[in-house]
Write a protein that binds this ligand. Sequence first.
Ligand code: ADP
Ligand code: MG
Length: 476
Amino acid sequence: MAYKAVIGLEFHCEMKSHTKVFSNAINGYSKVSNEYVSPVDMAFPGTLPVVNKTCIRKAIEMAYILNCKIPEYMEFDRKNYFYPDLPKGYQITQFHNPVGVNGKIDIDVNGKTKTVLIHDIHLEEDAASLDHYYDTSTIDYNRAGVPLLELVTEPCFNSADEALAFLEHIKSIYEYTDISECDSKKGQIRADVNVSIMDENDTEFGTKVEVKNVNSFSSIRSTIEYEIQRQSELKASGRYDEVVQETRRWDDESSTTKHMRSKADAIDYKYFTEPNLPRYKITKELIEDIKKDIPMLAYERKEKYIKEYNLSEYDAGVLVKNKKVSDYFEECLNLGADPKSACNWITTRVLAEVNRSEEITIDDLFIRPNMIAELIKLINDKKISNNQGKEVFIKMLEEHLTPSEIVKKYNMEVLEDDNLLESLVNEVISENEKAIEDYHNGRTNMLDYLVGQVMKKSKGKANPVEAKNKMIEKIK
Ligand code: ADP
Ligand code: MG
């Protein structure tokens, strides 16, 4: 029997910034432990936090994009608990007055629009990380104080598809606004996944289970699907009382969730306002100033590509899926390429190259937008044919030369000399009397043969269309 699933997400994402959220240590990813650490991050006595203005701006920007109510003041709270990765004994977060509350945003789920309700979004600091060895554990403070944005949704999703579509949408916004790369390989994302089930006609939600710290989109999907199935099986077999309010974790090895702690063990965090950070007025001017910085987001660019450039919905979608690809496309246009040609080269050849390896992005490709623009110009100016263009593209990758350099090196330029073309056509006519007779007797396919001969004599450099026209003109 199928039940209705209810899902709510708490999505944590590490933000991009030069320095950490409350100290001047670098906010960076390093394989060397304790490289980016300041005394503030290690809670040395006498140190004080100073809030990073860039992080405040980006948090407000996101609250605005999510249509949240933004408070009058930016203020922080202490969430008190002990753990070795938390040297202060508390995390600075926002509890009483988060930077955004009661938001909503429309997303696309398999072609249908869904409105997602945002409970709140808040700015906080990450904890240090622990590494466990056979008989010791070590603490790495590189992550301590890295800015985190936590986005909490209402329990408004009814399937893994909806939840994942939302996360993809948020990831795209974070990328376009430069708030975060959302790179799960660098541990930049974590979600707490809340799942419950209920009968279709129930008016009250069922008992929710929280799965903590799931750290990739694919694991989040598996977590949701697994929990719906686990809870449904218990309910169907009359054992719904075994679904209890608890915190579980996703176990990659067994592809199941496992019990961590029950609600009875819930910690009382004794929140109170962080006294070392004066509250910061969020003025109307500040919000206006931040609004000006909001770039065109993926769905807006997509609309523009369809309306202004006449691209198909599908192609526009492929181009905006990744901001770097969309930027690359736009740079081609800025350099004079026409949208249709640029789109064709990028969505086929360029992305095929990029997708060859997980390790590279479009930015790592030797072929830059100026080269695509140059290649398109060579073809549009009829200097080379379309087919030659494809050859040039491959040679560019192999030899790391620009399109003009390749064309020059391989002597690829289309025959521009009209007299020369004419003399080649004449030569072919005089050498193929029989073929021409056949042509006049109705074997029209002889024309292709004759043009082929011209192409051969020109070593592929004649423009096939012009050669054909000239041939027709001469033998008609
Ligand atoms: P808690 O008191 O455990 O912190 P909250 O009500 O604050 O729970 O919600 C935390 C998260 O759990 C939110 O993302 C919310 O959407 C989600 N959530 C709340 N109730 C349910 C439910 N019945 N089923 C699924 N998710 C839920
Ligand atoms: Mg939190």
